[in-house]
Design a protein around this ligand. Structure first.
Ligand SMILES: NC(=O)c1ccc[n+]([C@@H]2O[C@H](COP(=O)([O-])OP(=O)(O)OC[C@H]3O[C@@H](n4cnc5c(N)ncnc54)[C@H](O)[C@@H]3O)[C@@H](O)[C@H]2O)c1
Length: 445
């Protein structure tokens, strides 16, 4: 993958210039630029919301919710006092605090709940909130097991409550635009996807008492729940779920099967989940009919290479969607389009602010051919950046959720269909690691 921003080669030559405006391009792609819209005062009183789990992510959600006018944050809950204190600080004095979420539900009867607790608790707490007639925003991954996610999906359907999984890329304007670009055929037939979440840290949180303290072991498990199988599904659920959701979304389907290998190869510190994993997914996809004529209607296989590491951050977190006419390199903060050299010129992307933008760059200096042919970045040309102001997709996803709550619209941006598919997609990779072979995508009811 390129360093964000693209080419390193000064001797690239422009062979075509983009000629239509960005506005025309966006309209052609039918792009919705913002996932959520500002709710208006005339839409009714604010939605009463409470947050369960006020650790790292719960605090993000609280901070986002307190910036949305149409939300009244009435309560926060955490059964670990230091985190509850932190949540209460972000939520402000009007929010009541609880150590027991059932008491919060009984006392406050909030209209909507945002849940950000460890994975093994997702099902039970979400199910209890639905039973208490709340609309539910549940952090990803939807559930700890596929069976739990299926049961929860059935409960949501029967309850008619609004439900959204915390897959915030679905609310991110960059991803929304990129998905529309793929759907419009702008990178041709998608043939391959590579995605990764690589970083260089142990994932381990410090424990605020000495090892000799009687509470150390309990506290260590509570704070480092991600590292233990009884509470966590590891890298795939914590990181891969975001990116495989992007893949499912962009390909419009779920994988057929996955092969994966992973292990604890570096951080041999008592953890139980892999510190590195490498997956090969196969998707069967029917090509879009329009405007991608050459694809035909026959299903074909898209192979998706997904890796996650805890000991090298070189590639960071990104997805590379590769098609016959171009590639999209996506992160939460930036989207880049690289047109394929020699592919039909799409001629889009330039506007009056970027008249010098260059596409389809080609190598012309003969003496440099050898050097350049060994340069893995030589064929990428000058990328076109998806030119959308960087936002806050956590806030955007909450705005979208609240908007759906207001309108009683159960078709949220990450409803149970999306959440269940994502959950199964990541959990079968863990099964593949365990069995050491291919695992088929299950039939989901
Ligand atoms: N969407 C995202 O970008 C994103 C980012 C980080 C985490 N997450 C998800 O959010 C969830 C929480 O992750 P985190 O990093 O905030 O973990 P965390 O450990 O920081 O916070 C979890 C909190 O839940 C509390 N908790 C546990 N049991 C509880 C109970 N019965 N009642 C009330 N509170 C309880 C814990 O005390 C803790 O404060 C996970 O599902 C994770 O995957 C999502």
């Amino acid at each position: 993958m390129p360093p964000e921003g693209g080419t390193t080669n000064a001797s690239l030559r422009k062979v075509s210039r983009m000629s239509i405006t960005r506005r025309t391009f966006l309209e052609a792609a039918g792009v919705i630029l913002a996932a959520g819209h500002r709710l208006r005062a005339e839409d009714g009183p604010p939605v009463s919301v409470a947050v369960i789990g006020t650790g790292a992510r719960g605090s993000d959600l609280i901070r986002a919710l307190t910036t949305i006018e149409d939300v009244e944050l009435i309560g926060v809950c955490d059964d670990y006092p230091p985190h509850l204190e932190q949540g209460a600080k972000y939520a402000g004095p009007k929010a009541k605090t609880f150590a027991d979420y059932r008491k919060l539900l009984d006392d406050l009867k909030p209209q909507a709940i945002a849940i950000a607790v460890p994975l093994h608790l997702h099902y039970q707490i979400a199910s209890d909130c639905l039973a208490a007639d709340c609309d539910v925003f549940l952090e990803k991954t939807m559930c700890y097991t596929i069976a739990e996610a299926q049961k929860l999906a059935q409960q949501v359907a029967a309850s008619k409550r609004v439900f959204q999984v915390g897959l915030q890329r679905r609310a991110n304007p960059i991803y929304r635009q990129a998905q529309a670009m793929v759907e419009a055929g702008m990178i041709g037939q998608v043939t391959s996807i590579k995605a990764q979440w690589h970083r260089n840290n142990s994932w381990r949180r410090p424990v605020p008492v000495p090892k000799t303290d009687a509470n150390w072991a309990t506290l260590e498990k509570r704070l480092n729940w991600r590292l233990y199988k009884a509470f966590s599904a590891g890298l795939m659920a914590e990181l891969g779920s975001h990116q495989l959701d992007v893949v499912n979304w962009f390909l419009g389907t779920h994988p057929k099967r996955v092969f994966a290998s992973g292990g604890i190869d570096y951080y041999r510190d008592g953890r139980e989940v892999p510190d590195n994993i490498c997956c090969l997914y196969e998707y069967e996809r029917t090509p879009p009919q329009k405007p991608n004529k050459e694809a035909g209607a026959k299903p074909y296989t898209v192979r998706v290479n997904y890796t996650s590491l805890c000991n090298n951050a070189y590639e960071g977190a990104a997805e590379l969607i590769m098609g016959t006419k171009g590639s999209l390199y996506l992160t939460s903060a930036k989207g880049l389009l690289f047109q394929e050299k020699g592919a039909d010129t799409v001629n889009w992307g330039a506007d009056k602010d970027r008249p010098e933008a260059e596409v389809n760059a080609a190598v012309v200096t003969a003496g440099k051919t050898l050097k350049l042919s060994n340069d893995p970045w030589a064929h990428r040309g000058t990328p076109i950046e998806i030119d959308i102001e960087e936002g806050n997709d956590t806030r955007d996803e909450m705005i979208s959720f609240i908007d759906h709550v207001r309108r009683r619209d159960v078709k949220t941006i990450a409803d149970t269909t999306v959440g269940l598919m994502d959950c199964a997609t990541v959990l079968i990779a863990n099964s593949a690691v365990e069995v050491g072979g291919w695992v088929e995508f299950p039939t989901l009811s």
